[in-house]
Design a protein around this ligand. Sequence first.
Ligand SMILES: [Fe+2]
Ligand SMILES: [Fe+2]
Length: 187
Amino acid sequence: MTEKDRLDLFMKTPLADFISEDFKTYLLAEGFFRSPASTKYHGAYKGGLFDHSFAVMNFLVELSAKNGLRWKRAESPFIVGMFHDLCKIDNYRHPVIAESLDGQKVYDESKWEYNPNSTFKGHGDKSIILLSQFMTLTEEEIMCIRYHMGAFVEKEEWRDYTGAVHRYANVLWTHQADMLASHVVGI
Ligand SMILES: [Fe+2]
Ligand SMILES: [Fe+2]
């Protein structure tokens, strides 16, 4: 699938009408449809970030329908699923394998490494900050994105995660959708 194919898929989701033109421009320009989802785990290939995000969105929409989940707004499972990992938009780059005397760099396009020049570090919190430039999130969406890693975080955060699940059960379903995509489908 090409970057264009992924953009076309995105434009068929309800998000196409929901998000601003500014946000669409940002997603395209910053590489949402061509970034990987990791350096070597799930979705470690060009376009992997979109494929993972699209899969999580579909799982979350399906789980919502099958389990009668209620959200503060109808678009929430689409927003949360598609943008929970927005933080990864500038997290990765190809390693440089050679540099000519005039400064031209040669990249190993088969590999990915962490980009030391990303805007800033963080995961769920970074996704929320980046998203907040383009839309006002509900508290439920914020909690779902912030805690989508479940208990796969520092021990100090387990209590906060439990608290978030108590406040919004959809935090748990978001984690479930993320796990289904990354560890069951492997995307
Ligand atoms: Fe994540
Ligand atoms: Fe994810």
